[in-house]
Design a protein around this ligand. Structure first.
Ligand code: HEC
Length: 372
């Protein structure tokens, strides 16, 4: 809950915009440099992070606020009702989830103009996003005060979300800092000081070379190309493992744990994802024998996919083999990644990853699917 003082303070700003609450958000660093091109230290509001589970991009401040204030499900989210709001007043929504994700929703490829009050789903979602963004602007000072007092997110629910911030920074692949850290506070403070810019939708790039270019904006929304960051992995299982399986699949296809990885060679470092879906783990375990050390996970998980029939207790029982060496079109794993599966859902369930990445997995399979 907001403390009485912060609440009163924020209400004043919200309702009357009078002085009396000092504006203490500080300076805004939008893109890491001054207008004359002099570099600025510290977080920039346009710094991007990717959600580990599905590769979704957001600005770092947007990601921290989204994943700890509501995330489409609890507290400050319009979808949260009753107990899920944990006492948050109605309308105090801070949900800044993307209005559209092209990888998950092909209809986003050519979004309509929403200027005329259109009522289609996309325009409704865009209005929701802009409305919540303006809530955040109104409540910015209260939010930062609460964070400074370590009062948000509160209680048991707060502890739960504080421990999971599964976002990787675009700049160096490191994990976003936990919400209670000074570093995260500075990211959010700067983002708020810059008027809380949001990534509104993603667009699938026409080619690998064009990935991560900003795409044309529609109705003031910001759009970011989705897709792999930087170089594509080589068609070898170890590279595929670290750049695709570990980042987008192990969150569900891995055991529940809050372990910090003991393996200094893990290119991503930090906490080990996992525990997001018991049925997924039962159907396919993409980790290794030691749940606290990822050293052997790539080589050990190979035998969980190559020449392995679908799990007999699952929806794909007797429907195929996960990876058939030299036969990518008939490998169940590729069918699921390409959304042409005969059983269950597309993998990851939020929508296919970039086609250029799936192609690398196909190449590896068609070269014999070795444990290399
Ligand atoms: C959000 C959770 C989640 C994520 C992320 C996820 N999966 Fe799954 N996966 C599931 C669930 C649940 C099932 C069982 C139901 C089904 O087959 O649709 C499953 C089943 C599968 C199966 C079938 C296993 C069998 O033996 O039946 C394969 C193959 C698979 N996933 C591959 C992947 C790959 C590859 C990725 C990453 C690119 C991935 N999954 C990411 C939840 C997830």
């Amino acid at each position: 809950m907001l403390s009485g003082r912060a609440l009163a303070c924020s209400l004043l700003i919200l309702l009357t915009s009078v002085v009396g609450c000092k504006r203490d958000l500080g300076d805004c660093n939008l893109d890491g440099q001054t207008p004359d091109g002099v570099p600025i230290d510290g977080p920039a509001a346009f710094d991007i992070a990717y959600r580990i589970t599905d590769g979704l991009p957001m600005y770092e401040g947007q990601a921290l606020v989204q994943s700890t204030c509501g995330d489409g499900a609890f507290c400050h989210s319009p979808a949260a009702v009753g107990a899920d709001r944990i006492g948050v007043p109605a309308q105090l929504d801070f949900d800044v989830g993307l209005a559209c994700n092209e990888a998950a929703d092909a209809a986003c490829a050519s979004p309509p103009s929403c200027e005329g009050g259109q009522t289609d789903t996309y325009c409704q979602r865009l209005r929701r996003l802009h409305g919540n963004q303006s809530n955040i602007r109104d409540w910015a000072e209260g939010m930062i005060q609460e964070m400074r007092a370590s009062a948000m997110p509160p209680g048991e629910a707060g502890r739960r979300v504080r421990n999971s911030t599964p976002w990787l920074r675009e700049s160096d692949g490191s994990e976003l800092p936990p919400i209670e850290s000074g570093e995260a506070r500075e990211i959010v403070r700067n983002w708020l000081a810059c008027q809380a810019p949001v990534v509104a939708r993603t667009e699938i790039p026409p080619s690998v070379q064009e990935e991560l270019q900003p795409c044309p904006s529609v109705d003031d929304e910001i759009c970011i190309y989705t897709g792999p960051q930087g170089e594509l992995p080589e068609p070898a299982w170890s590279e595929i493992y670290w750049s695709i399986m570990f980042t987008t699949c192990v969150g569900c296809h891995g055991p529940s744990n809050n372990n910090v990885d003991q393996n200094p060679n893990n290119p991503l470092g930090g906490d080990i994802p996992g525990g997001a879906s018991a049925p997924a783990l039962e159907a396919l375990n993409l980790t290794g024998s030691d749940t606290t050390d990822t050293t052997d996970w790539a080589s050990e998980s190979w035998s969980a996919v190559v020449n392995v029939s679908a799990y007999t207790g699952g929806v794909c029982a007797a429907q195929g083999t996960l990876v058939i060496p030299n036969d990518s079109p008939n490998s169940l794993m590729i069918e699921k990644m390409r959304d042409t599966q005969v059983c269950g859902t597309v993998m990851p369930p939020t929508g296919s990853i970039a086609g250029s990445l799936i192609q690398v997995v196909e190449d590896w399979i068609d070269m014999g699917a070795q444990n290399n």
